[in-house]
Ligand binder design. Sequence first.
Ligand SMILES: Cc1cc2nc3c(=O)[nH]c(=O)nc-3n(C[C@H](O)[C@H](O)[C@H](O)COP(=O)(O)OP(=O)(O)OC[C@H]3O[C@@H](n4cnc5c(N)ncnc54)[C@H](O)[C@@H]3O)c2cc1C
Ligand code: FES
Length: 245
Amino acid sequence: MQKRIFHIESNDPVARDTFRLVLRTGGPVVMRSGQFVDIALPGFYLRRPISVSDVLPDGLVLYYKVVGEGTRLMAGMQSGAELELLLPLGSGFRPEKCRDNALLIGGGLGAAPLYLLAKELLALGKGATAVLGFNKADEICLADELRALGVPVHIATLDGSAGTKGFVTDAIAAGKPEYDRFYTCGPLPMMKAVCLALEAPGDVSLEERMGCGAGFCYGCTVITASGPRRVCADGPVFDKKEVLW
Ligand SMILES: Cc1cc2nc3c(=O)[nH]c(=O)nc-3n(C[C@H](O)[C@H](O)[C@H](O)COP(=O)(O)OP(=O)(O)OC[C@H]3O[C@@H](n4cnc5c(N)ncnc54)[C@H](O)[C@@H]3O)c2cc1C
Ligand code: FES
């Protein structure tokens, strides 16, 4: 884990309240899907955790949604501005656990880490299908990017404005993708429904409010089947069997 300075190459809106942030730094960046960075923001005591969506030879791509003061500040940042990141943080997804075909299930910006995971799966010679859920069509992001990798994408929207009307579980039932393992990231109720509905083994990326983000404060502790675990350091990715809903 280290602190590194990145500069903003671009910071563009890509969907409703959603921004794509491209960061560059002086040298290689090594991160896996499911890991995250903790961003220091001027005027804020706590850093903001954001999942890595793609790794560039000398940088990172992140997606973030404006939900409060910190992300609102980020949305106003211009190209060339500097950000201090703590990285790499957390455990990653385990693409090597997939036998042949993976199902990637994202809710909202839970799609972001699944993009890098799809690249890792394809590099291992595995197949991948994505099912992405959003409230409305204007929130859809990363679907085209995943399709550009050759990953079939099924969309579910709660209001029916794109794809299957309903939840990701409805889109899975409609699309009937083939898979032997699933990987999911998104809101807890969605991931609970997915874990209860799918019999296949799976990796679940949990999200908790974080203090230090690096394993010291125990502020992000959740109770799992193996006892208390810190989401930031022992997760955020846990085996489906570990998560107590
Ligand atoms: C491991 C991890 C990875 C994440 N990856 C991403 C990502 O790729 N893209 C992204 O947009 N967001 C991601 N988040 C959530 C992101 O960290 C928060 O949205 C952000 O910190 C909010 O900062 P803020 O100052 O704008 O909002 P705040 O003012 O801090 O909070 C605004 C609202 O957001 C809620 N909130 C804040 N932090 C969290 C959190 N960690 N979990 C659930 N609700 C929260 C608050 O309860 C409140 O309702 C991730 C969080 C974790 C723990
Ligand atoms: S946020 Fe401090 S231990 Fe996880």
